[in-house]
Design a protein around this ligand. Structure first.
Ligand code: MSP
Length: 538
């Protein structure tokens, strides 16, 4: 992480964010899903040669955190410090998350700027004092509309439940400060209209548009019934509403009101990746806050679907005991990173199952990809003493491979880099892997090897060069998704000597044929996807 990295002059950075997560508990598969997706996007853009700013962090204020800390007999700050250092940061490191910064909303660099932002809105007349009473869900940290509540059953009979958490809401009555959100409906709608890609996917966009069309209420932006938050600058009996505090992280982390040069070079975000549960905050409240300050709006808010277990959104209470580490210790970090993006169409809900992961690991990673890599390295070893031969006998079959690669590159770059269609992009590369496997099956280099004539050797050299060069491109294209695997493959192909560092390889140029130099030292590297041990009962 390098929060103080230099801002080179010139083009604005590609700025991608995850939500900042509540630290009331340890991270689970659902949090890791959004973060891995953001990481793949950040790595993809870095490998396009762009300057990238990738931000994640933690949301540490509010009632939910305060209550958890109390229940554990520590102060909220102690609780947050413990969870961040013992659970959140270690998991991101373990999963190879390449964030450039990690913001915590209790940091002074954040709290000072939030106070200034809110004071400024107050001075501009965007904030006023008023009263409010309504049903409140602490899980969501949000007032609910009576119409969206569910009727409780069983232990909750006769009570009203939050539709997300399925727990009773509380009636909260407060004298609060309000932001004039209701005045921004028309401007928001005009923005959605003018920028059709602002909210992704389409279904999410429609939902937001319908919500705003129904009319917006002013937003209560302060709380006075507890004190774990940032005090309102002009009235310290109130703390700032945790969502207003949290959304501002996207600005405070990149120099808002502090480092104009950095701010200009980074803000606004190109993509805010969020779960669909928090879409409205990002697509309605956040842009309205920015409009009120005359600041530019993010280019895109992309909502991912929910990871489901047993038909329910995966959450602390229904994890069925599976932690990210349980999966990585069995299948490895790279297979974990790959699996959720490969198996679930981004934006849709998806179910996780150990069996599905296990089956795909074996067929797509170990058999299709891993075997291809080990076969090619083994044959270059066996037939050419580990020295990559020159391709001198190109024909239609090789041209078809090159065409297949060109297609995979264009497709993957568009889908992952532009459309956030991770599944489509990964599939395009795996189609190509299949094609190269098919090419080897058809060309039968093990048979050609028996022909020791000059033509026979030239043919064998060409086949193996073609396969190795294809693997070179595959390593580049899959590096954002499976960095450790690509590193191993890069090493096994001896690619560094002809191409330089893997991280410097541009994805959009991965199809430029001839990257590997004849003479490269090819070694039989570590098995890319070893057979996993049988799982412990889960
Ligand atoms: N602190 C707020 C976000 C503030 S952003 C300015 C918050 N935090 S959270 O810890 O509840 O994390 C929410 C995010 O975690 C979701 O929006 C989503 O990105 C991710 N997910 C949590 N559970 C998930 C699933 N079961 N499935 C997919 N993503 C999930 O809300």
């Amino acid at each position: 992480m390098n929060p103080n990295g230099p801002e080179s002059a010139g083009a604005k950075a590609f700025y991608v964010t995850t939500p900042i997560y509540y630290v009331n508990d340890a991270p689970h598969l659902g949090h890791a899903y959004t973060t891995v997706a953001a990481d793949v996007l950040a790595r993809w853009h870095r490998q396009r040669g762009e300057r990238v700013r990738f931000l994640t962090g933690t949301d540490e204020h509010g009632q939910k955190i305060m209550r958890t800390a109390e229940a554990n007999g520590v102060t909220p700050q102690e609780w947050c410090d413990r969870l961040v250092s013992e659970a959140w940061e270690p998991l991101w490191e373990h999963l190879d998350i390449s964030n450039d910064d990690f913001i915590r909303t209790t940091q002074k660099r954040h709290t000072d700027r939030v106070r200034e932002f809110v004071q400024d809105l107050y001075d501009k007349g965007e904030i006023y004092k008023g009263g409010y009473e309504g049903p409140y869900c602490v899980g969501c940290e949000e007032y609910k509309l009576p119409g969206e509540l569910l009727d409780g059953e069983g232990e909750y009979a006769g009570r009203k439940l939050c539709p997300v958490h399925k727990r009773p809401v509380e009636t909260l009555s407060e004298e609060n400060y309000f932001f004039r959100l209701s005045e921004y409906g028309d401007r928001l709608l005009a923005h959605y209209e003018a920028e059709p890609d602002f909210i992704q996917p389409e279904s999410a966009r429609n939902e937001v548009v319908n919500f705003v069309r129904q009319g917006l209420q002013d937003l209560s932006i302060s709380r006075s019934t507890f004190d774990w938050g940032i005090p309102i600058p002009w009235d310290s009996k109130h703390v700032i509403y945790v969502w207003v505090d949290a959304l501002l992280n996207y600005a405070t982390a990149v120099g808002y009101n502090e480092n104009p040069e950095r701010f200009e070079a980074t803000f606004p975000a190109d993509v805010h990746l969020v779960g669909k549960d928090i879409l409205r905050f990002h697509a309605v409240i956040w842009p309205a806050m920015l409009m009120a300050q005359g600041l530019p709006l993010p280019r895109k808010v992309a909502a991912n679907g929910w990871l489901m277990v047993g038909g329910e959104k995966m959450s602390k209470s229904n994890l069925t005991g599976i932690k990210p580490q349980d999966l990585t210790s069995h299948f490895g970090v790279d297979a974990y990173r790959w699996y959720f993006l490969r198996a679930i169409s981004f934006g849709q809900d998806g179910s996780f199952s150990w069996e599905d992961l296990s089956a795909r690991y074996t067929s797509e990673l170990a058999n299709d990809y891993g075997n291809l890599a080990s076969r090619v390295a083994a044959m270059v070893g066996k037939y050419f003493g580990g020295v990559l031969p020159e391709a001198t006998a190109d024909g239609d079959a090789e041209r078809a491979v090159r065409d297949g690669l060109a297609k995979a590159v264009t497709e993957a770059d568009r889908r992952i880099g532009d459309e956030l269609d991770f599944q489509g992009g990964i599939l395009a590369v795996f189609e190509f892997i299949k094609q190269v496997n098919g090419y080897l099956t058809e060309q039968e280099p093990w048979k050609v090897a028996k022909d020791e004539s000059t033509e026979g050797r030239a043919r064998l050299a060409t086949i193996l060069y073609t396969a190795a060069e294809s693997l070179r491109a595959i390593a580049v294209l899959l590096n954002p998704v499976m960095p450790e695997t690509s590193r191993k493959l890069w090493e096994s192909l001896g690619a560094e000597a002809s191409r330089g560092a893997l991280a410097d390889q541009k994805v959009q140029e991965a199809g430029e044929w001839g990257g590997l130099r004849a003479g490269a030292k090819v070694t039989k590297g570590a098995v890319l996807f070893p057979r996993p041990e049988e799982p412990a009962a889960v």
